[in-house]
Each structure stands twice: as C-alpha cells, then as structure tokens.
Design a protein around this ligand. Structure first.
Ligand code: ADP
Length: 163
C-alpha cells in the first residue's frame, strides 16, 4: 500500500524551511500532498492561487509531491485524500505547545489520523514566512531563505522590482 502524508500550512510564501521538511517527508512517505490553507479570515500577503503556484514551481522536479488547497477542518481534508498522516515542522520549543494542542485535537476529531513532526536542518530553525516578508519589505536580501522565484514574487508584492 502506498503511504501518503499531508503537509498542511499557509505557505505565505514557501521558504527553504518548508522545502527541507518536504524533502524529509519524501524520504519516509511515497507521496506528499501539500495542503495550502484557504482561510478568508486569515490575512495573507499572497492569494491561495499565488501560494499554490509558487509551491508547484519549487516542487516541479518532485513527482511524488502534489499541491492542492483546502478549507475547513484539516482532518476532513486528510480523509478526502485517503491519508492518515499529517506532517508538521517543529522549529523550536515555541512551536511545541500550539502544535501539540492541534495534534491532540485533530486526534479527537479523527482517531486514526496521526501527526508526525519533522525537524528542519539547523539553519532553518529560526526561519519563518513572516520574517522573510519583513526582510524583503525593508529592502533586505532573502536569497538564503527562499528560492529565487519566490524572492522575485516578494519584491513584486512590495513593488521593489528593479526598473
Ligand atoms: P501555519 O500557518 O500552518 O503555521 P506555515 O506555512 O507557517 O503555516 O507552516 C506550515 C508548517 O511548516 C508548520 O508545521 C510549520 O511549523 C512548518 N514550518 C514553517 N517554517 C519552517 C521552517 N523554517 N522549518 C521547519 N518547519 C517549518
């Protein structure tokens, strides 16, 4: 039986930290479905379509990766994809409390769905989409944090493209 895992998140935008988790996930699972959360109540810099397009672009050489969006309860999305594993990244102790609450709540909602946590390579432990947005908004370099296509999209958003 093929093993499918779901990697959900906002990915606003995708960073090298997310990609590190995706690559680690692919060593454990046959297929990885990235679920881009579409939540009109959560303000994002990029639209769901833009976030998905960037993820598709940076995973185009990974045939075992599928990018799709979802709304509503994560466990319902997991079920519709015929999966029973959720992957989340753990960067620091600060992520832990929230992630544990989510994992246990999701288990209450769907007993056979498990969450597994993967730790990124050390340089990515302090990396988040929010910090990258701040850096680029202030005119800084994000080359070490996001793929070039993503950095370009960030510059366009903040109208920092070179004339
Ligand atoms: P969410 O809004 O669900 O937290 P994110 O896009 O911020 O969405 O993150 C999605 C998942 O990726 C979460 O499990 C998060 O902990 C993980 N993640 C984000 N950045 C990193 C990183 N630099 N290294 C490892 N995991 C990360």
């Amino acid at each position: 039986m093929i093993k499918i895992a779901i990697y959900p998140g906002s990915f606003d935008p995708v960073t090298y930290g997310h990609l590190d988790i995706i690559k680690r996930g692919l060593q454990i699972f046959d297929q990885l479905t990235i679920g881009v959360l579409h939540n009109p109540n959560k303000k994002t810099l990029f639209s769901t379509e833009e976030r998905m397009a960037m993820l598709k672009e940076v995973t185009k050489d990974m045939p075992a990766v599928t990018v799709t969006s979802f709304d509503g309860l994560l466990v319902n999305f997991v079920r519709t994809r015929q999966a029973n594993v959720i992957i989340r990244g753990l960067r620091a102790v600060s992520d832990f409390e929230y992630e544990m609450q989510m994992a246990l709540m999701n288990r209450k909602l769907a007993e056979n769905v498990d969450t597994i946590f993967l730790m990124p390579a050390e340089p990515y432990t302090y990396l988040s989409s929010s910090i990258v947005k701040e850096i680029v908004a202030e005119g800084g370099q994000a080359t070490k944090f996001v793929p070039p296509q993503v950095e370009e999209k960030l510059r366009q958003k903040f109208s920092l493209t070179k004339e």
